[in-house]
Design a protein around this ligand. Structure first.
Ligand SMILES: [Zn+2]
Ligand SMILES: [Zn+2]
Length: 132
């Protein structure tokens, strides 16, 4: 057991090795996730701004669920995400299948994650583009 600052609310909490957020935040995160998931299943092809609007979950968080591969946009929504490597449209995660395989190979040779700030800017740009 270890004490960490929750990445969501900043409170100190007792964590096992993997947890980045406290139990309270984790619970509300799961609730948000369930809401988003339900909405997407009921409204196939809904665009990310609409999903965010109707569920009250920020675009940022919805994108995070997608990036983590927890959510998959079905139907017309596939344009929301691009493979970060080759820009092909994907429905979940950060990379298309063939890039994921490539990266897996590179990782084994010591590949560095793109830095988070860059990734955020990239994501914000993408959202802007989708609004037009
Ligand atoms: Zn918290
Ligand atoms: Zn790719």
């Amino acid at each position: 057991m270890d004490f960490k600052n929750c990445k969501e609310c900043g409170k100190v909490f007792q964590s096992n090795t993997f947890a980045r957020i406290c139990q309270k935040c984790q619970k509300s995160d799961e609730e948000r996730y369930a809401k988003v998931k339900e909405y997407i299943y009921d409204n196939r092809g809904a665009d990310i701004n609409e999903v965010s609007d109707k569920t009250g979950v920020s675009v940022d968080k919805v994108l995070r669920y997608l990036r983590e591969g927890r959510l998959e946009i079905i139907g017309g929504g596939s344009l929301i995400l691009d493979c970060e490597r080759c820009s092909r449209s994907i429905s979940t995660g950060r990379f298309c299948e063939s890039c994921a395989k490539e990266i897996d190979r590179e990782l084994k040779k010591g590949f560095n994650e793109p830095d988070k700030a860059k990734q955020r800017m990239y994501t914000a740009d993408m959202v802007k583009k989708n609004k037009n």
